[in-house]
Design a protein around this ligand. Structure first.
Ligand SMILES: Nc1ncnc2c1ncn2[C@@H]1O[C@H](COP(=O)(O)OP(=O)(O)OP(=O)(O)O)[C@@H](O)[C@H]1O
Length: 297
């Protein structure tokens, strides 16, 4: 028995002459929330389809727990929310979920499930009358229906309003809290920055990053932004600290993670000339730009 919910080892796949996944390894522990990032065409959906057993791979292995993709066991243990989720428009939300429950052999409390995803009022309405966000919520109810070990969410918040996005991440947190490993393919960097435990980045089928935000930051060595507000004289502060005046009262310094403590000591030594200090570490957007660019190996 493995303690990993999802194990991907040295996976490669060609489409014609193009290698769309190149020696990709990725591991998810139970309860981990991992963001899968990459430009259009980087291979995210192909990887998800391979995990689902919907596309063949040329080499490497995938295991959901101990089960092979596409096996009855793996299908039971994997939940999938596609980006453009589609249901039968003539069925009501209740009917659609009842059908899915029968197919998966579950007997859940369907009204409670639909209430959980904010669709209590639309329980008996035909899905054809649902908005995109409502269909997405119904898709999420389907994810919650079984007892998956792994949930694969492809752009789960696309088309959702800000409150629905928050609701969706609250449900993702709940799933993770129950031990479900969640892989979220996304372009919404600000969201996943705050709501995932680890970031994996694909570039042209190659995994170029896979770590926590803090570790990726340290590895990339991107500068930390420090904004120092002067008590009275920002010009004098700028002259002593170096850096740029950014408004009437502050000075901005960029320093590498290794120089951070030295910079803080210099600022502290200026005593009351400094009224305030704000430090901003690199954002996921900066890291993504760093790791997804061509020159990083
Ligand atoms: N059915 C297909 N036939 C041929 N090539 C395909 C097919 N599906 C995807 N590809 C190619 O495989 C590569 C990876 O595509 P994939 O859809 O996995 O990327 P992605 O990272 O999910 O992109 P996006 O962010 O645009 O959804 C691309 O070069 C794409 O053109």
């Amino acid at each position: 028995m493995t303690d990993k919910a999802l194990t991907i080892e040295t996976l490669s796949k060609d489409r014609g002459l193009t290698r769309v996944l190149n020696d990709v390894s990725l591991h998810l522990a139970p309860g981990e929330r991992v963001a899968l990032l990459g430009h259009n065409g980087a291979g995210k959906s192909t990887l998800i389809k391979a995990i689902l057993g919907l596309t063949r791979v040329d080499s490497g292995t995938i295991r959901i727990g101990d089960a092979a993709p596409g096996s009855a066991r793996a299908r039971r243990d994997t939940a999938y929310l596609p980006e453009a989720v589609s249901f039968h428009p003539a069925l009501t939300g209740r009917e659609q979920l009842t059908l899915f429950a029968r197919l998966s052999g579950e007997r859940p409390d369907i009204p409670a499930l639909l209430d959980r995803v904010g669709l209590a009022d639309a329980l008996d309405r035909r899905i054809g009358t649902y908005s995109k966000g409502m269909r997405q919520r119904l898709g999420l109810a389907q994810v919650l229906l079984g007892k998956p070990r792994v949930a694969l969410l492809d752009e789960p918040t696309s088309g959702l309003d800000p409150i629905s996005r928050q609701d969706l991440y609250a449900i993702i947190d709940e799933l993770a809290g129950q031990g479900v490993a969640v892989l979220i393919a996304s372009h919404a960097l600000t969201e996943v920055e705050a709501r995932t435990d680890r970031i994996a980045i694909l570039r042209k089928g190659v995994k170029v990053a896979d770590d926590t935000l803090a570790n990726l930051s340290a590895l990339a060595g991107l500068p930390i932004r420090m904004r120092v507000r002067a008590t009275e004289n920002a010009d004098a502060l700028a002259a002593r600290l170096g850096g740029n005046r950014v408004n009437g009262a502050s000075v901005e310094l960029l320093c590498s993670p290794t120089d951070k403590m030295e910079a803080l000591r210099r600022i502290a030594a200026m005593g009351e000339a400094v009224a305030d200090l704000e430090m901003t570490p690199p954002k996921l957007e900066d890291l993504y730009r760093h790791y997804a660019r061509e020159t990083v190996q």
